[in-house]
Design a protein around this ligand. Structure first.
Ligand code: ARG
Length: 458
């Protein structure tokens, strides 16, 4: 007989030991203990208010659950694999403590709606934390942008020098990405923040429950509208994992840039020692482990998303045991995203920016060639013709070992007689950057305005 099981009634034989271990989720779902207890307290209060169980039992249940919570938090709770999951571990302990009243707690409820509730309660708190970490990272980026407002660096396309940009403009590019990540997280939170409890196993319950009352206690603005959907969907978790994958994609690109910028070939930045490690054989090495690891961890967050999408694919309604596989990828994504954001926020704040190296690099690679073409357009030449003229001057510079600002007036004139003395002031790094004044451009006045906009929360 399966007497030790909460569902043992219809069984004649005990569960195979390995099956027990194989099907148990307690090792990973015990992290839902707080949510499970909180949900059970709300459920019990509602049962009492509706007269479904005696008020005296509600008191016993609440008291017993409080004690269990304390025990778990003190590390004094023995989780049992034979009790399968967090829900049955807590319920069995409650009944062992308070007897009959404990056995009334599960009235009008199923583990199917219980687990859906626990995950939603857990995830909504975690999303709030992810949002706070994103805010910290944005603050660090703004801090660096303001501290280096006048630093000019090369902007790249194809990782080839393209046009000079402000370093602060580059930082603000990531601010935009992380702000959109915040938007995605906040949007997803609205769909996570819905109460599924009351769906029962799948069809609802025969007891006169008051779901809106439970929602009020647990601070859910809404309740789910279909019992089958309530217990069978995990789209809210998938949404979080999709938003997390996009967020990690952003972090991986930023990581890659930090790694390149830290090389002795670039030397644009120095990551502080606290965020790097050495080599056990090469004494000179300082490796950018943190951005490398975040870049690497992007893989597991994508993998987690694919894992849960695949678990959910083609599952018939309503609950299926497959869905127990939702937790590990979800928890791993939460941990990875929070850890990555936290470490990035600190690392970016401490990063040292080498303004001279950046400036020198920005001046190389004919980065102001577009500015010469734009200059010719302002003098009346069609852009395509101007492009041709500048292409020829670049080819000439390459063979003469010169840079565009080194050309003499005579040399300029040989490419176009529209070019005058004012060419020199038009192609300085500052002139190039500050000419890009329209919304979204790299001009310093524009970047300063954008910093103010972000700081004021717009
Ligand atoms: N441990 C299960 C899970 O995580 C809880 C729900 C189990 N429900 C069931 N009918 N077996 O999904």
């Amino acid at each position: 007989m399966a007497k030790d099981k909460l569902w043992g009634g219809r069984f004649a034989q005990p569960t195979n030991k390995f099956v027990e271990e194989f099907t148990a989720s307690i090792d990973f779902d015990k992290r839902l203990y707080h949510q499970d207890i909180r949900g059970s307290m709300a459920h019990a209060r509602m049962l009492g208010k509706q007269g479904i169980i005696p008020m005296a039992d509600v008191e016993l249940i609440i008291h017993g659950l409080k004690e269990i919570l304390e025990q778990i938090e003190a590390g004094k709770f023995d989780f049992s694999v034979s009790l399968e999951d967090i829900h049955m571990n807590i319920e069995a302990r409650l009944s062992a403590k308070i007897g009959e009243a404990g056995k009334r707690l599960h009235t009008g409820r199923s583990r199917n709606d219980q687990v859906a509730l626990d995950i939603r309660l857990y995830l909504r708190d975690e999303i709030v934390e992810v949002l706070a970490y994103l805010e910290l990272l944005v603050d660090s980026l703004i801090f660096q942008a303001e501290a280096h407002i006048d630093v000019i660096m090369p902007g790249y396309t194809h990782l080839q020098t393209a046009q000079p940009i402000l370093f602060s403009h580059h930082m603000l590019a990531y601010v935009e990405m992380f702000k959109r990540d915040k938007g995605r997280m906040a949007d997803c939170l609205q769909r996570v923040n819905v109460l599924p409890l009351g769906a029962g196993a799948l069809a609802g319950t025969t007891f006169p429950i008051d779901r809106e009352h439970v929602a009020e206690i647990l601070e859910f603005p809404e309740v789910t509208r279909n019992s089958l959907d309530s217990v069978s969907d995990r789209d809210f978790a998938l949404e979080f994992m999709s938003a997390s994958s996009i967020l990690m994609m952003h972090l991986s690109r930023f990581s890659e840039e930090l790694i390149i910028w830290s090389t002795s070939e670039f030397k644009f930045i120095d990551l502080s020692d606290g965020f790097c490690t050495g080599s056990s054989i090469m004494p000179q090495k300082k490796n950018p482990d943190v951005p490398e690891l975040v870049r690497g961890k992007t893989g597991r967050v994508y993998g987690n998303l694919m894992a849960l999408l695949t678990v959910m694919k083609a599952l018939p309604l309503a609950y299926n045991k497959d869905m127990q596989e939702d937790k590990e990828p979800l928890f791993d994504t939460i941990d990875t995203v929070k850890g990555s954001l936290k470490i990035f926020a600190d690392m970016i704040r401490e990063m040292k920016v080498n303004r001279e190296t950046m400036r020198t690099a920005a001046a190389k690679g004919f980065s102001t060639a577009t500015d010469v073409a734009d200059y010719l357009v302002r003098k009346g030449m069609a852009f395509r013709d101007a492009h041709e003229v500048v292409g020829k001057s670049v080819a000439y510079c390459l063979s003469a070992g010169k840079d565009l600002p080194d050309l003499t007036m005579e040399e300029w004139k040989s490419f176009s007689d529209r070019i005058g003395e004012d060419i020199y002031d038009s192609i300085t790094l500052e002139a190039s950057v500050n000419a890009r004044r329209a919304t979204g451009g790299t001009a310093m006045e524009r970047v300063k305005a954008e910093i103010e906009r972000v700081k004021s929360g717009r």
